[in-house]
Write a protein that binds this ligand. Structure first.
Ligand SMILES: [Zn+2]
Length: 389
């Protein structure tokens, strides 16, 4: 079964879908045109499908015991596109993370897998998910049963990658084990007491406390994390105070935390809380630590990653295993429940003149990546079912 050739044969179809989704550039859970198009295409293909959660679609192809999940996200980002492409979005939503490509690739894969339905050794479940950028769409679909009836044995996701060194079309990368860092946003509110500058001893200076917290937080990375591990504790924003000659009654810090494992993530959260509260108490003030939002690190199952490596190689690509990278993904919600791997598909590198990277409103995808994604989705599903029947 040469899915690479067959994926190239349906290039025009996949490109057409991708450009249509791109033009609409719908955001979050509010994807009426996107969902309607995918729904009607699946109907035309004769593929069984149904809505899941607020704006997700689940489709199934084949029958049997074993089940493979293929996931694509569908949402754009709320920004004005500046690519100048003839099919650029004018809606105020821009597909600057390539989710238009993922949804189109998965529809292309659906078409080919439907043609091969009789030969499938199990069920292929397609997950078209909204609101990845809100880190909320996968969780919503899981809460509404996407991982039940049947429960997938394994899951594969694909994501295009643009504007980095070496992200050329045809380059496929993945990680085995830790794949993406966790991400947490933390708000630290520091409460002091106002006093006139000439009687500062009567006040409690929230800015002084905040400054000590900033310095103390640096100790976590420099003294408490082993040399061979990477974590991030970054104070990205600080505000507070009233006037130049008054001790500050209030200050606020916004801190970003990143870690490779859930254990280390919990350690960072605990230490940020202990240090902030401890320092505030030392200087007679008070600190409240709030974890505003967060996502666990993405862990790719090593066995599934090794399988995907072989499948991708059989298509004639040379997959590369890369270390854990920055960024967060809500595919993590799936990967926390079933063995999963995420494949990164090069779609235009810095060297090739793709100067705008992901989430930049000028980001341009090289559409030659589309058949790569279609072929990889098909190969991963069919071959995994064949080897695990
Ligand atoms: Zn994305």
């Amino acid at each position: 079964m040469n899915y690479r050739k067959r994926a190239e044969e349906i290039f025009d179809y996949v490109q057409g879908i991708r450009r249509q989704l791109h033009t609409w550039g719908e955001v979050g859970f509010d994807l009426p045109q996107t969902v309607a198009l995918i729904d009607s295409e699946l109907t035309k293909m004769g593929i069984e499908h149904y809505p899941v959660g607020k704006a997700g679609i689940c489709a199934t192809i084949g029958k049997g015991e074993k089940c493979v999940l293929l996931r694509a996200d569908m949402d754009a980002l709320p920004m004005d596109e500046v690519t100048g492409l003839p099919f650029a979005s004018t809606s105020g939503g821009t597909h600057s993370c390539g989710h238009d490509c993922h949804a189109a690739m998965l529809l292309g894969a659906a078409k080919l897998l439907k043609e091969d339905e009789d030969k499938l050794n199990g069920v292929v479940k397609l997950m078209f998910q909204p609101a990845e950028e809100l880190l909320a769409g996968a969780v919503d679909m899981i809460e509404n049963g996407i991982l039940e009836n049947p429960k997938p044995d394994v899951a594969f996701a694909a994501h295009v990658s643009v504007g980095q060194p070496g992200t050329t079309v045809g380059r496929v990368t993945y990680s085995s084990g830790p794949a993406l860092y966790s991400g947490d946003a933390v708000k630290i509110s520091v409460y002091g007491k106002n006093a006139h500058g000439s009687a500062a001893y009567m006040g409690v200076d929230a800015i002084n406390i905040a400054a000590h917290i900033v310095v103390a937080l640096n100790e976590i990375i420099s003294r408490e994390i082993p040399l061979d591990e990477h974590s991030v504790v970054l104070v990205g924003k600080i505000s507070g105070g009233d006037t130049v000659n008054t001790t500050a009654g209030y200050a606020q810090l916004e801190v970003s935390l990143r870690a490779q494992t859930e254990e280390k993530r919990n350690f960072l959260k605990q230490r940020v809380k202990e240090i902030s509260e401890g320092i505030a108490a030392t200087f007679r003030g008070r600190a409240e630590v709030e974890f505003v939002y967060g996502m666990a690190p993405l862990y790719c199952d090593p066995k599934t990653a090794a399988d995907a490596d072989r499948y991708v190689a059989q298509l004639g690509y040379e997959p590369v295993c890369i270390p854990c990278a920055g960024g967060t993904e809500d595919f993590t919600a799936v990967a926390n429940i079933i063995p999963s791997v995420m494949l990164n598909l090069g779609a235009g590198s810095l060297e090739e003149g793709h100067l705008c990277s992901m989430h930049n409103p000028g980001m341009i995808v090289n559409e030659d990546v589309l058949p790569t994604g279609v072929a990889i989705y098909c190969q991963c599903a069919t071959q995994w079912l064949e080897e695990n029947k």
